[in-house]
Design a protein around this ligand. Structure first.
Ligand code: FAD
Length: 375
């Protein structure tokens, strides 16, 4: 049987304490498109971001532990999407530095990522390039002991708030990554789109941005492997956010169905409502078990189990979408009120199925690998 170890339970308890501390102002934080100071202070105080940085640079474990990160994200997302994003992006934004940066660069930035004194960003998406990242048009050109970056990046989490961005660019026939400090000359950042689930988003424009060649991440022309490694560790943690959100939506529905009566009985005792609650519970528990298992596999060998991480992400985020929709239905007109907890969850559930691999993109690649395996 699979269960969390005491160590993971302790990490989960710490994350739950942070989630509870943020809960009273979670609705306010989730409207923020800049860093919410209260959320940042709680995260700093908690030391949770140490889980997304290797121990050599102030982190919690020698290698990152996706299961630890997953239980944290599940707990944080239960309370606030802003809180989850602030935590998760510290890892997503810095992992290519952790695995591909030069020693000096890592020493310069990673300890501050771990303490949340430096905010990280990952810039892959462009105005005309989303799922098909091999089509990126931003360029990186070597020039003596510097590299020059030109192009645009779009929908970048922490854009405008981050202290550095790990940027994917085309270099000749290949792809390279480079760390660009936010205060680099030639980098301008505009606020991003206003989403149904507000998010810190920026539109980045690179005009002849020069950074030292020592800011390169990974092997020039072969940076796709860094992205794959990032996904292999963090995709399953987005799945965990889906579980946290599904649980929050289910809890809202259960509370309402017990408190409100119609036809002389609590809603929870009306057949269709009880079936709906039980189905949501079943699906949430199934997603949780799968996510923990996939995260444990990713802890052993992240790249070797990327398929499981993808399946877990599809399973948990689609579950979150179904559970929150059912919960809204259970709550009738009260589920439709702007500013209510369930309305916020309904909006927060939606981006999970799009970013870090849209469901259809993941299914497409899983199907290709399944068929190949069967041959
Ligand atoms: C809240 C939020 C935060 C984000 N943060 C970041 C960030 O920090 N850094 C960053 O680089 N990007 C970020 N993004 C961008 C995100 O990574 C992209 O939205 C995502 O990659 C999908 O690209 P797209 O939105 O352009 O959709 P498209 O690529 O245009 O796809 C649209 C839809 O078409 C379908 N589709 C596309 N390709 C296929 C396929 N091969 N097979 C089957 N179906 C397919 C899917 O249903 C998909 O949802 C963020 C997005 C959001 C919403």
């Amino acid at each position: 049987m699979f269960d969390l170890t005491q160590e993971h339970r302790d990490i989960q308890a710490r994350a739950r304490a942070v989630a509870e501390a943020v809960a009273p102002y979670a609705a306010e934080a989730d409207e923020y498109t800049q860093v919410h100071p209260g959320v940042l202070a709680e995260l700093r105080e908690s030391g949770l971001a140490r889980h997304v940085v290797p121990a050599a640079y102030g982190g919690a474990s020698e290698r990152l532990d996706p299961l630890a990160i997953a239980v944290v994200r599940e707990a944080l997302m239960y309370s606030s999407a802003h809180l989850d994003s602030m935590f998760g992006m510290q890892g997503v934004g810095s992992y290519s530095l952790s695995v591909g940066g030069l020693e000096e660069l890592k020493e310069q930035w990673l300890p501050r990522v771990a303490t949340m004194d430096a905010i990280a960003g990952l810039a892959l998406t462009e105005p005309d390039v989303g799922s098909d990242l091999r089509a990126v048009t931003t360029t990186l050109t070597a020039d003596g002991d510097e590299v020059v970056i030109d192009g645009r990046k779009s929908f970048i989490t922490n854009g405008g708030a981050a202290d550095f961005y790990c940027v994917l660019a085309r270099e000749g026939d290949g792809y390279s990554m480079v760390l660009v400090p936010a205060d680099s000359d030639g980098l301008t950042i505009e606020p991003g789109a206003d989403l149904i689930a507000p998010h810190i988003l920026g539109e980045l424009a690179f005009h002849q941005v020069r950074v030292p060649s020592t800011h390169r991440l990974g092997v020039p022309g072969k940076a796709f492997s860094l992205m794959l490694q990032t996904l292999a560790v963090f995709r399953v943690t987005v799945a965990a956010s889906g579980v946290g959100l599904a649980q929050a939506a289910l809890d809202e529905a259960v509370r309402h169905a017990q408190e409100r009566s119609q036809f002389g009985r609590p809603l929870a005792e009306l057949g269709a409502v009880s079936q709906s609650l039980a189905l949501s519970w079943t699906e949430t528990e199934a997603a949780r078990s799968f996510v923990y298992r996939a995260a444990a596999l990713a802890t052993e060998d992240p790249l070797g189990h990327l398929d499981f991480s993808s399946m877990a992400k599809v399973s948990a985020t689609e579950t979150a979408g179904r559970v929150v929709d059912r919960s809204v239905q259970t709550m009738g007109r009260f589920g439709l009120v702007r500013g209510s907890a369930i309305e916020r969850l309904y909006r927060n559930a939606r981006p999970l199925r799009v970013y870090e691999g849209a469901t259809e993109v993941l299914l497409d690649s899983l199907a290709r690998r399944l068929v190949k395996k069967g041959r």
